[in-house]
Design a binder for this molecule. Structure first.
Ligand code: ADP
Ligand code: MG
Length: 438
């Protein structure tokens, strides 16, 4: 049974290896080993308890898919940690989502509030407390790793807990499409339509996937209308605002905008610290304030990366007795830190926008109010608000000491224009691409 377990786990790892970044593979999967196989269980040895949480949370679906493909779908995978040479079997937490596709770990209680997300969180709570009655649809948008899925799932969990009769369902837009294609191929469109139109609250994540897919847009449109007419709650998330989604039917954009649209921005420094401290409080590992400050200063735009950084440090702390100082932290987090050097700053935005419109950097920051300068300046202000974690006041400082009402005014002006001016939308999308390459 021993070699069988080893081989089976090795086969699973081989297949996962191609699907995930090599650094993740090396950190989390390479140090594991198939240990023992019984009729129903494949036991896997891992270095410590953090590995169990991490693997279950991130690779659970992959592992079970591969087991299924290997005709071993009846097997459960369980983990044993070998801390300090002693073997300890840990009851494995099951992260398997329930039939609503909801994961209990996403709640409003463990969602840290900051300036960047308080509006979206308040709207999500309102929708969860009065499903279908206040904000319909609720449309949350923001960059990757800022908590959209967390809020969608928290809405679902709240409704499930407080309105036991209601049918709530969460899924990604891509999953919706795959299911729709299966239904078309197997002549089961009626069942498919019924499945979604009978929900009381439908939470569809990552709706940007709709771009350019007409059939899918059509189906989402009709599903939304059917639910809306019945007073059922619909929540969407996207990485862009509705007006900035390319190749989207006008009627769908106007549906999205017909409810409440809220954005989530990158967290400010204090919020990043609060998130790190809260996540640290749930373990017994201690990370010094100096290291926490270092992480918060260097990983800015993405909460998932903040969490990833901590988990890596926790794993280190529990594997060795070495001290976790700044140098060691830099070493352990080198991959995450290098990604963050590509962070979008106001400086980069001003430079690319000035280049694009052929104006000088000094006029971008200066006081002159010529038409040829105002539009580029407003675009740069808009992008600074959308893509950096700076406050309105700090953005004002970067633009020659303007006050925050001027910044809001410029921001709103461009936001409004984007809803009707497709040429400007294309231009801005191009500018964003250039800024990301800076
Ligand atoms: P998105 O869907 O926007 O890409 P997620 O919702 O998946 O982002 O968030 C990434 C990770 O960060 C998740 O583990 C989530 O729980 C965590 N997270 C995001 N925002 C917060 C927050 N405000 N407080 C606590 N954890 C958060
Ligand atoms: Mg998400």
């Amino acid at each position: 049974m021993l070699t069988e377990a080893k081989n089976l786990w090795q086969e699973i790892l081989c297949q996962i290896k191609d699907k995930i970044p090599s650094q993740n593979y090396e950190t989390w999967l390479e140090p594991t080993e198939g240990e023992h196989l019984t009729q129903n269980t494949l036991w896997v040895k891992v270095p410590n308890a953090f590995f169990i949480d991490w693997i279950e949370e991130h690779y659970h679906t992959n592992i079970y898919e591969i087991l299924g493909a290997l005709n071993q779908g009846h097997l459960k995978v369980k983990y044993k940690s070998v801390e300090g040479g002693r073997e300890r079997s840990i009851p494995s937490k099951v992260y398997q989502p329930d039939s609503s596709h909801l994961q209990p770990r996403y709640t409003f209680d463990n969602f840290i509030i900051g300036e960047s997300n308080k509006f979206a969180r308040a709207a999500a709570i309102a929708a969860a407390k009065t499903p279908g009655r206040q904000y319909n649809p609720l449309f949350l948008y923001g960059n990757v790793g800022l908590g959209k899925t967390h809020l969608l799932q928290a809405i679902g969990n709240y409704i499930k807990e407080h309105f036991s009769g209601l049918k709530v369902y969460y899924l990604g837009c891509e999953e919706f499409m795959n299911e729709m294609i299966d239904a078309i191929q197997s002549n089961k469109m009626v069942q498919f339509k019924n499945k979604y139109r009978r929900k009381d609250a439908l939470l569809i994540d990552d709706i940007q996937f709709l771009e350019g897919k007409e059939g899918l847009q059509e189906e989402i449109f009709h599903t939304f209308n059917a639910l809306y007419d019945e007073g059922k709650q619909v929540v969407f998330s996207s990485d862009r605002p509705p007006g900035a989604l390319a190749n989207l039917e006008e009627r769908l954009v106007s549906r999205f905008q017909g409810g409440l649209v809220c954005d989530i921005k990158p967290p400010a420094f204090e919020t990043r610290i609060a998130i790190l401290k809260k996540k640290m409080a749930s373990t017994d590992v201690h990370v010094s304030d100096e290291v926490i400050l270092f992480i918060a200063n260097n990983i800015k735009g993405n909460i998932r990366e903040l969490e990833g950084a901590l988990v890596k440090l926790f794993a280190f702390a529990s594997l060795t007795t070495g001290t976790l100082d700044i140098d060691r932290t830099k070493e352990l987090l080198s991959d995450l830190l290098s990604q963050n050097t590509h962070e979008i700053t106001t400086g980069k935005i001003q430079k690319v926008v000035a280049n694009h419109y052929n104006i000088s950097l000094s006029s971008m920051r200066g006081k002159r109010r010529m038409k040829s300068i105002i539009l580029p300046r407003d675009v740069a202000i808009y992008l600074s608000r959308e893509y950096t974690a700076l406050s309105l006041k700090d953005i004002g400082k970067e633009f020659g000491g303007r006050d925050h009402t001027t910044i809001i005014h410029a921001y709103n002006k461009i936001k409004k224009l984007l809803n009707k001016d497709n040429e400007l939308l294309d231009e801005i999308n191009n500018i964003i691409k250039l800024i990301k390459c800076e």
